[in-house]
Design a protein around this ligand. Structure first.
Ligand code: NAD
Length: 491
C-alpha cells in the first residue's frame, strides 16, 4: 500500500535546516553529512540492541535482515528514505522495504515520462521492471536518488553509465528465474518428442489425429546443453532424473553435475545430441551460433530449443532445416525482434524473411519470452532485489550491482561503539587513493576496501573511535576532492 510522502528536505533545504541543529549538519538521507544521533558519543559505549534502537524510529530495532550481531548502519531515520516502486513490483520486495520503515509509494503501472520526472525528483530509491525507461533526462531530474532496483533480469532500460557517473547504484536479479526456465525446457523436450503442440491445436480445431509415428519417449535420449550456467546446470539435473544422458559444451571448464559430461567442442555436442538446448548469453561470439553449418552437423530428426536470446539462432536457417525434415522440431521463446507489449504483433512485419513461415511449420513450439515468467520467479526477484537495496542503503554494500564495482565488507558489530562507515564513490583518477588515505590516515581505520569499474571507483572504510566532529571533517575533506562523486557516512 502506498505510504504518504512526508516531504523530505531536498539537498539545499536540508542544508538550511542544518542550521538549527547544534552540529550544523543535516539529517536528510542524501545530504553529504548526517548528524549522528544523540546516542552517538565518542566517550560512551552503545553496548546493546536497545541503544541501537535510537538510530531509527522504526527501522533498526528488531531488523530481521540484520544478521547476528551485525550493527544496522544508518545515518538517518528509516522513515526518511523515500521509495517509489513502479510496475507492480512483487509483494515480496515491497514488504522487505516497508519492513525497514522506509516510505514506500507503490504504483501498479509505469508512469509517462513527464510524471516520472516529477515523481523521481526527490526519491532516494526507485524500483522498476522492464517498461520504465530511466534515461539520462529522467535520472538528471533525480536530485536525491541513491539507488535503482530493477525487479527483473535486464537493465538496458536504465542508462547505467550516466547512473554510475552520478553515484547511483543499479541492482537487478539475473538468476532468480533459472529454475523456471529449466523446468520449461523439460516441458518442451517432452512436448517436441510427442508433437504435443500439433496434437493440441488439431484438437482445438476439432481434429482427432491419434498417431504414434515419430513420437518418442525421452528416456535414454541425449540432451546437449550449450552453456552450463545457472539454467543449463539446473536443467542437467532435471533431465537426468527423466532418464536422459546429458552432455554439455561451455567455453569454461565446469564441474559436471550427476553423470553429465562436458564435451570439447560445439561440433561434438551437435553430432551426439538428440535434443540441443541453448543457454548462453547474447555476445558477439554467440550471435548466430546456430546457423546452417551447425544445423547440418546435428543428427537427422533431432530437435533444437532456444530460450536464451533471440540472436543466438539464425532462424531463417532453422526454418530451412525444419522444412527439409533434417530437424524434427524446435521450440523458441526468444526472437531477434520482440514486441514491446502484448497483442497481435508477432507477424512477418516484426521479423521479415521468416516470421510468417515459421508460424506455419509443424512441431514448432513458439512462446512469448515466458521462460522465466512464474510467480515463484517474481517472488524470488522481489526478495533478491529488495535485500540488495536494503544492504546498499543501510550498509553501502554493492554486491550484485551492475554498474558500480562490487564491494562487500563484513558488518560492524554492536560491540564496536563509535565506529562509522565511510563510503566514497569517486572517479578513478591517478593519485586519488593517496589523497583519500591522507584524509582517513589521521583516524583509526579498522578495515578498508576499494574497487573500480571503468572510470568509477567505490571505497568503503570502517573507522573506529571517531567523534562526530571527526566525521564531519572526514566528510568535508572527501567532498573537497575533485574526484568526488558521492560521499556517505553511515554509523
Ligand atoms: N527465456 C527467458 O525468459 C530467460 C530467462 C532467464 C535467462 N534467459 C537467458 O538464458 C541465458 C542463460 O542464462 P543463465 O542464467 O544460465 O546464464 P549464466 O551466465 O549463468 O550461464 C551462461 C553460460 O554460458 C557460457 N557461455 C558463454 N559464452 C559461451 C559460448 N560462446 N559458448 C558456450 N558457452 C558459453 C558461460 O560460460 C556460462 O556458463 C541468457 O542468455 C539469459 O539471458 C532467458
Amino acid at each position: 500500500m502506498a505510504a504518504q510522502p512526508q516531504g523530505i528536505a531536498s539537498r539545499p533545504a536540508a542544508a538550511a535546516a542544518a542550521g538549527s541543529n547544534p552540529m550544523m549538519v543535516s539529517t536528510s538521507p542524501t545530504t553529504r553529512f548526517h548528524s549522528p544521533p544523540s546516542s552517538y558519543n565518542a566517550n560512551a559505549s552503545f553496548g546493546g540492541r536497545s541503544t541501537t534502537g535510537s538510530f531509527s524510529s522504526t527501522g533498526a530495532v528488531g531488523d530481521s535482515r540484520v544478521v547476528g550481531n551485525a550493527k544496522p548502519l544508518k545515518p538517518f531515520n528509516s522513515t526518511d528514505i523515500k521509495i517509489l516502486l513502479l510496475e507492480n513490483v512483487n509483494e515480496s520486495g515491497r514488504s522487505i522495504l516497508t519492513g525497514q520503515g522506509y516510505q514506500v509509494e507503490h504504483h501498479k503501472a509505469s508512469l509517462p515520462e513527464a510524471e516520472l520526472i516529477e515523481k523521481i525528483r526527490d526519491v532516494h530509491v526507485i524500483g522498476i521492471r522492464s517498461k520504465t525507461r530511466l534515461t539520462e533526462k529522467v535520472l538528471a531530474a533525480a536530485k536525491n536518488l541513491l539507488v535503482v532496483g530493477c525487479f527483473c533480469i535486464g537493465t538496458n532500460q536504465v542508462d547505467l553509465e550516466y547512473a554510475a557517473k552520478n553515484g547511483i547504484a543499479v541492482f537487478n536479479s539475473p538468476f532468480a528465474n533459472s529454475r523456471s526456465v529449466a523446468e520449461l525446457m523439460i516441458g518442451w523436450i517432452i512436448s517436441l518428442a510427442r508433437q504435443l503442440g500439433d496434437r493440441s491445436s488439431e484438437m482445438h480445431s476439432g481434429t482427432w489425429n491419434k498417431v504414434s509415428a515419430r513420437c518418442w519417449e525421452i528416456r535414454g535420449k541425449t540432451l546437449g546443453i550449450v552453456g552450463y550456467g545457472h539454467i543449463g546446470s539446473q536443467l542437467s539435473v532435471l533431465a537426468e532424473a527423466m532418464g536422459m544422458s546429458v552432455i554439455y559444451y561451455d567455453i569454461v571448464t565446469l564441474m559436471a553435475l550427476g553423470k553429465a559430461r562436458q564435451v570439447a567442442s560445439l561440433d561434438e555436442l551437435l553430432r551426439e545430441a538428440d535434443f540441443v538446448t541453448l543457454h548462453v548469453p547474447a555476445t558477439s561470439e554467440t550471435r548466430n551460433m546456430i546457423g546452417t553449418a551447425q544445423l547440418d552437423q546435428m543428427k537427422q530428426g533431432s530437435y533444437l530449443l532456444n530460450a536464451s536470446r533471440g540472436t543466438v539462432v539464425d532462424i531463417a536457417a532453422l526454418v530451412e532445416a525444419l522444412t527439409s525434415g533434417k530437424i524434427a522440431g524446435a521450440a523458441l521463446d526468444v526472437y531477434p525482434q520482440e514486441p514491446g507489449g502484448n497483442g497481435a504483433f508477432f507477424n512477418g512485419q516484426l521479423n521479415p524473411g521468416w516470421g510468417d513461415e515459421l508460424r506455419g511449420l509443424k512441431n514448432v513450439i513458439l512462446t512469448p519470452h515466458i521462460g522465466g515468467s512464474t510467480e515463484e520467479a517474481q517472488r524470488a526477484i522481489g526478495v533478491e532485489v529488495g535485500d540488495a537495496l536494503v544492504r546498499y542503503i543501510n550498509q553501502g554494500i554493492t554486491l550484485g550491482s551492475v554498474n558500480l564495482p562490487e564491494v562487500n565488507m563484513r558488518s560492524l558489530t554492536l560491540e564496536e561503539p563509535n565506529h562509522a562507515r565511510v563510503i566514497y564513490i569517486h572517479r578513478n583518477v591517478p593519485g586519488v587513493l593517496r589523497r583519500v588515505n591522507e584524509i582517513l590516515g589521521d583516524h583509526n581505520v579498522d578495515k578498508q576496501i576499494t574497487d573500480s569499474k571503468g572510470d568509477i571507483a567505490y571505497l568503503l572504510a570502517d573507522v573506529s573511535d571517531v567523534k562526530p566532529s571527526d566525521l564531519k571533517e572526514i566528510t568535508d575533506s572527501l567532498e573537497a576532492l575533485s574526484s568526488r562523486i558521492l560521499t556517505r557516512v553511515l554509523y
